[in-house]
Design a protein around this ligand. Structure first.
Ligand code: 5GP
Length: 112
């Protein structure tokens, strides 16, 4: 069981901003920007590379949830970045699909 599954099960605490039947949005424990949130599906899909056409609607829901949280948290106007790290070279550490939402400062491109 990953740390994110423990957060979903409320076995370990997290600062949750949004939750519904299929996903959860909470604060990243080691923020890389003034705002750093994670949107995760409750279904334990390990990474985007493991998603299938059956997940199409769920994947869309994760993106729209990120958009809605950005509006609610008032950084939609100033801008934000959504990131999915996949595999070793992608920098993935937790093998449970998650979308990073980064905001609150000018983000650099290309990323490191
Ligand atoms: P990845 O590197 O896999 O794309 O991102 C994993 C993210 O999960 C990292 O940004 C890391 O800070 C965050 N994270 C790891 N463990 C915990 C935890 O126990 N609680 C929370 N809220 N975030 C975590």
């Amino acid at each position: 069981m990953t740390i994110f599954e423990k957060i979903i099960a409320k076995e370990i605490p997290a600062d949750i901003l949004y939750e519904d039947d299929t996903c959860l949005c909470f604060q990243d424990i080691a923020p890389q920007a003034p705002t750093h949130l994670l949107v995760i599906p409750k279904e334990p899909i390990p990474r985007i590379a493991k998603a299938t056409p059956e997940h199409q609607s769920l994947l869309g829901h994760l993106l729209l949830t990120a958009q809605q949280v950005a509006q609610q948290q008032d950084f939609a106007e100033s801008g934000y970045r959504l990131v999915i790290n996949n595999g070793k070279d992608g920098g993935e550490e937790v093998p449970h699909l998650h979308i990073h939402i980064l905001a609150g400062r000018q983000l650099l491109w290309p990323p490191g």
